[in-house]
Design a protein around this ligand. Sequence first.
Ligand SMILES: C[S@@+](CC[C@H](N)C(=O)[O-])C[C@H]1O[C@@H](n2cnc3c(N)ncnc32)[C@H](O)[C@@H]1O
Length: 201
Amino acid sequence: MTAFEKGKTPIHRMAVVAQELLAERISKGDQVMDGTMGNGYDTLFLWQQVQPDGCVTAFDLQAEALESTRARLSTAGWSGDQHTLRLIQDNHSRLAEYVKKPLKAAMFNLGYLPGSDKAMVTRWNDLQQSLDALRNDYLLPGGIISVISYSGHSGGQEEQQQLLSYAGSLPSEKWSAMVMRRINASLSAPVLVLIQKKPDE
Ligand SMILES: C[S@@+](CC[C@H](N)C(=O)[O-])C[C@H]1O[C@@H](n2cnc3c(N)ncnc32)[C@H](O)[C@@H]1O
């Protein structure tokens, strides 16, 4: 899966739908974050949107995710310049250690990396910490968080319920929270949650 091709994306490909929605709201020069880089598809997408002056800060716990993402971005033309992309092997919940500028967007793709250690699955406590930090300290007005959540693996259903409950209880004066899900598929189909800090009027 790569960044979207206009007119060719099935509407249930949540990872691509998330990218399409964010592409409308991210500009060259923006600071953005990928909380779960995995194989780097979202990192690549974000990097392409914010070039040449913006910066992506991307996190993953696993060294192999950084290797895979580094290779993908190098193939796409990244020179290794840390001013435009930082690949960080750490928990995204420690973002305050690394992110020093306000963010326009943050992406999360939950679950585990296909084919890798299933013990490295995302956990709600980490996500909650990051969402709180992003909301309280980092997200610009109009800034947006996307989270793709899966319920089919062990712990996934609980994580998804907690995410939906968190997003659903955000005060509507300041936050827009949305959910997209494919309704003519199994209940374990992925869910896309979007949280936007309302733009200043
Ligand atoms: C579904 S994959 C992400 C896929 C990725 N967005 C892509 O485009 O390929 C989830 C990733 O999150 C990572 N992960 C899990 N918990 C994490 C955490 N607390 N902080 C950073 N990365 C985490 C896993 O190691 C895994 O690589």
